[in-house]
Design a protein around this ligand. Sequence first.
Ligand code: ADP
Ligand code: ZN
Length: 614
Amino acid sequence: MSTIPDTPIDPRALSVLQQVFGYEQFRGQQGAAVSQLIAGGDALVLMPTGGGKSLCYQVPALVREGTGIVVSPLIALMQDQVDALTELGVRAAYLNSSQTLDEARAVERAYVTGQLDLLYVAPERLLTERCLALLDRGRIALFAIDEAHCVSQWGHDFRPEYMGLSLLHERWPHVPRIALTATATAATRQEIVERLDLYEAAQFVASFDRPNIRYRIVEKDDVRRQLLAFIKNEHAGEAGIVYCLSRSRVEETAAYLAAQGINALPYHAGLPAPVRAANQSRFLREDGLVMCATIAFGMGIDKPDVRFVAHIDLPKSVEGYYQETGRAGRDGLPSQAWLAYGLQDVVQLRRMIDESDGDDVHKRRMGAQLDAMLGLCETVECRRTRLLAYFGQQIGPCGNCDTCLTPPEAWDGTVPAQKVLSAVYRLWKERGQRFGAGHIIDVLRGKKTPRVDQHQHETLSVFGVGADLSEREWRSVLRQLIAQGLLAVDHDGFGTLALTEASRAVLKGEHTLMLRRESPKAAARASRSEGRAKPAAIALDPADEAVFLALRAWRASVAKDHGVPAYVIFHDATLREIARARPGSLDDLAHVNGVGDRKLQAYGEAILEQVEAH
Ligand code: ADP
Ligand code: ZN
């Protein structure tokens, strides 16, 4: 599918990579994409979050003559991006609505007089006649369209302004363009090509695997307690994101965690803009904050040391889920993606789809996306194998997900399924009644409740036929029946259950139904709420660790002086390498990954002092 031209890597690109960014080599497809742009061709780059997309346009912008124009929807993050580039000695600026007129004028002048390597612009601004005319007055090295999946009308990040971007090609047919995204189902990719007129572009598709992220999906029980235990036992003091479906859930969860002594903040689109900006900025700058957020938070957040991403509600699609979890562990160190999901999630999401505006086609699409997500939750296969298959990529069992580490059991659930289905059938046929999952389970387990009394349900032939399974086990059976489309959630808004066309075959015993059950070991662990010890970061010996800590303290004070996040100065990974290598001279230091010319000049002496002092 991808057409990767056999361009050798441009030597100028390699020297920019080494001198400006301080990296020895291009990763994966970076070199090929960069060379394609330098040679004047268009490119479509699909790499997972953390894959290294930015270098794909930053390096060619520095090699080619003129300014690289970067279209980015994320005004709030432009400042950080520009700060990080400035630290590297790159001449970068942005134009957006947060600036004063004078500031904008100064940037415009710098562009026109050829003093910028990179210029970040929001799409709605770029497409104004004034801005287009401005671009004509300078020299454009390339156009980079970041977060290109924002053109996808069906995607979760759709931005109408992105539709207008095909204009760039019409107006400047000879300027190379590069579109980048971490969202890459075949359908989204096709939409990007069509809407941005990238038919001629070479496609660079990286592996979407993120092997350092451990995937875990647990059964929801008391989710707040589960989340708290997960954070306390496995990620104490570390940075993480907790995704929730609604604004009220975000606020509740943040307040709960804070009350339990966790440094947690809320983020959702309903908060006043200054609060949102302040919380985001704290998350980026301080160590070990937990952000409770809706999906409004995260696109473009390139904090490298997010150690976990937790979902306490079922995401609506695998595509969104993968992108959200990808925000963990950009630095390549061990990280976790943790999702808790239960029967109520399935009922609620099915209902939301039914009640959503939009035509049948739209609802069917959303339904199919939810089905894929449920399939991932209920699979007995390796989670990663399932995830990557969704993006058209194949790998074997990964060894770093819950199913690989503690394989669940597949069991024959035909008879319990028949009991559920016939309970639903009898209530409807004999009494003309429909109920939600809770009552059906009470009936099956023969529990005397006020509702059972009220409707005299103990007289039903199915009453008490399911006493052999616990309530929790029944919830799991019902969840899987709904997930597989063998039970439908009704449109009435009460979550009542009904049979489907497919139920009949199971009722008649025409096929066996295999269900997933967590291995007893995993279940016991979940109920004791103690997780597996988290995978350790690359260990330093105690003496090196002391140097590392000293370097971190030094970095914190520099970052504070410059008003930028610490990782903009140096990443943890770079500091660790310095602590281990103990460079004795600037020359030695220059060989450490992540130390480029500019940073060597600016910080080299100070680092050597720190190393020597320890
Ligand atoms: P993306 O935009 O694809 O999510 P980034 O461009 O933010 O990813 O890169 C992810 C991390 O990997 C960054 O910290 C970046 O500095 C680092 N990185 C990118 N390319 C290389 C490389 N060739 N060698 C070493 N580190 C790299
Ligand atoms: Zn696996």
